[in-house]
Design a protein around this ligand. Structure first.
Ligand code: COA
Length: 250
């Protein structure tokens, strides 16, 4: 099991499970092993009554630079994709209990789209949300092609997902991608306090309220699969390989 993501249950925040990216030397880029560990944590949280809320956190100045480029490159060069990413996305989209996140700094690719599946996200003012899918000759994932237009309308969705335009924390709040902006030194504590306050609420009422607010998620699962087909075929394309090589050489 990788230590590049840690799973904690801090005593000071009862009922909260923390999934913390812990690979700052690679800007918290997410490998297959990290996805598998996170999926397992979400699955455990779903059935363990001691966990009432899951919180995603990153490190100082970086939430995550997205999928590991070396993993992309390995697949582009003929390796197997594996199911780790898809299993993680589905576990997250279907998580039966609240999920919150705290962002300080870079949130790229899945580092941005993960928040579409969170119930409350706090971010520092210096945070940047960006999905350079098309620049890498890839396509949107995590059902972002469905959820982002719903959230912010076609033009802002196109700017984010297709043009790769970044969102500042203020833009992200205005667009409804995050809930609140907090001080950069307070991101972790405020996210955990928020999670703990949710964890104290009557769990059944919270579950029903959340299910009603989120609505049916079958379209989300279907879109994750549809995007994944295009993503996998684009990963094998010459244009994607060129983009990955350019990143590796820079
Ligand atoms: N996968 C693998 N490694 C990554 C990574 C990723 N997605 N993002 C950053 N890293 C690694 C870099 O290769 C570098 O490793 P090295 O020191 O061994 O060379 C280290 O993290 C630091 O990154 P660096 O680029 O030097 O930092 P920076 O502050 O100048 O830039 C980013 C940070 C995130 C803007 C830049 O690294 C970047 O654009 N990363 C790719 C993001 C991306 O496109 N993700 C996929 C989205 S679908």
């Amino acid at each position: 099991m990788t230590d590049h993501v840690t799973i904690e249950r801090p005593e000071a925040y009862p009922g909260v499970q923390v999934i913390r990216f812990n690979r700052p030397e690679k800007k918290n880029a997410i490998t297959k092993a990290m996805y598998a560990k996170m999926t397992n944590a979400l699955t455990v949280a779903g059935s363990d009554p001691a966990v009432r809320v899951t919180a995603f956190l990153g490190t100082d100045g970086c939430f995550s630079a997205g999928n590991d480029m070396a993993d992309f490159m390995a697949f582009a060069m003929g390796g197997t994709m594996g199911q780790e990413v898809i299993e993680f996305l589905k576990a997250l989209a279907m998580a039966p209990k609240p999920v919150v996140s705290g962002v300080d700094g870079l949130a790229i690719g899945i580092g941005t789209t993960i928040h579409l599946h969170c119930d409350l996200t706090l971010a520092s003012a210096r945070s940047i949300f960006k999905t350079p899918f098309v620049d890498l000759a890839l396509v949107p994932e995590a059902a972002s092609s469905l959820l982002v237009p719903r959230l912010m309308g076609h033009q802002s969705a196109f700017a984010l997902l297709a043009a790769g335009e970044p969102l500042t924390a203020q833009d992200a709040q205005d667009a409804g991608l995050i809930w609140k902006i907090v001080g950069q030194d307070a991101v972790n504590d405020e996210t955990l306090s928020l999670a703990a306050s949710l964890a104290k609420k009557p769990p059944e009422a919270l579950r029903i309220a959340r299910d009603l607010i989120r609505g049916d998620r079958s379209d989300v699962l279907a879109r994750i699969d549809e995007e994944a087909k295009h993503f996998a075929s684009q990963l094998k394309s010459a244009e994607a390989r060129a983009a990955f090589e350019a990143f590796m050489r820079r």
